[in-house]
Design a protein around this ligand. Sequence first.
Ligand SMILES: Nc1nc2c(ncn2[C@@H]2O[C@H](COP(=O)(O)OP(=O)(O)OP(=O)(O)O)[C@@H](O)[C@H]2O)c(=O)[nH]1
Ligand SMILES: [Mg+2]
Length: 363
Amino acid sequence: MIKSGRKAFLVVIQTTQASPAFLEESLAEMKELADSAGREVVGSMQAHLPHPSASHFLREGKLNELKTQTVRTGAETVIFNLDLTPGQARNIEGFLKIRVMDRNGLILEIFARRAKSSEGKLQVELARLNYILPRLGGLGTVLSRLGGGIGTRGPGEPELEWDRRKIRRRIESVKDQLKKVAKHRDLLRAGRRKRNFTSVAIVGYTNAGKSTLFNALTGADAYVENKLFATLETKTRVQTINGRHDLLFIDTVGFIKQLPHSLIEAFHATLEEVTEADILIHVLDVSHSNAEDCRLAVSQVLEEIKAAEKPVILALNKTDLLNDDEKRRMRETWPEGVLISAKAGTGFENLMNAVLKTASLDV
Ligand SMILES: Nc1nc2c(ncn2[C@@H]2O[C@H](COP(=O)(O)OP(=O)(O)OP(=O)(O)O)[C@@H](O)[C@H]2O)c(=O)[nH]1
Ligand SMILES: [Mg+2]
């Protein structure tokens, strides 16, 4: 019997060159992800593992250490910071007798918790099915194991018997439903275009302060929280700035490093709000220990969704947490950026000037 539950033990592995900084950052990120998924972290283990084992990923010594630690801490789930093959996950589970998940599974779990609208729920379901499909061995019954509590199955509910055929059928049906949603969004956008709105999508790394900025600019009350992926559903609001009545701001879902491809694909309709926008405000949390990595990760997703060519205004956010020296360094690092604090409401005039300038030049 495999145990499964909230108490999570994190395993952070580096397979490339050893770097303590990488392990620390990855651990910090995994803690935030676990917390955002509503899990309690009871312990963690870090390892540099240039040659993982094909069967169990971890080598024997580490595996025994992990077992001791999970028993000692009362862990009910083990979460790895990287992708395991289905076979490895199954073997580790068999050895530890508790559920094993990976980072992608954890991100999917957060999305599943956050999805409120029917569109959001459909998108999460599609991502989950896309994630599970290649992981099914033969006639799979591993949905609940890999799902790790994702989606419709709650604790105590019977395990679902799914096979490839059923999953494929469901994927088609969800895709059909999402196509209708996308059409509806298309119509809305066409309406806006007719009224000559200039759309400004607020994009950026998760937790960068997008919704805070959106609220501050438009007076809206989008959900703000110090958790990853607080926003799953886009929000749109028209705002008059300097006498221009045609600016439409859009709050969007955050990005993360190595955003699972299944999520990008599934959130196509939502991400279209970004691909179809006229201007992007890229919100970067410059108080983040690795802001440049976050900026790069966002650029990569923008490229992947074919939005990299759009005019982008870089908003260097959370500057209220910096001293003057640090602010000066930020200006040097990103000379094209506009320093703001979405929370304190500073720098908005410069930011809006940049938006208006771009709007009159490029749109
Ligand atoms: N100190 C400080 N905190 C900020 C600022 N802007 C946002 N925050 C905080 O950062 C956290 C995340 O803010 P959100 O606005 O939810 O961030 P987001 O980018 O919308 O996040 P997701 O929707 O999860 O991707 C919250 O705790 C905010 O209060 C800022 O300028 N300064
Ligand atoms: Mg948000």
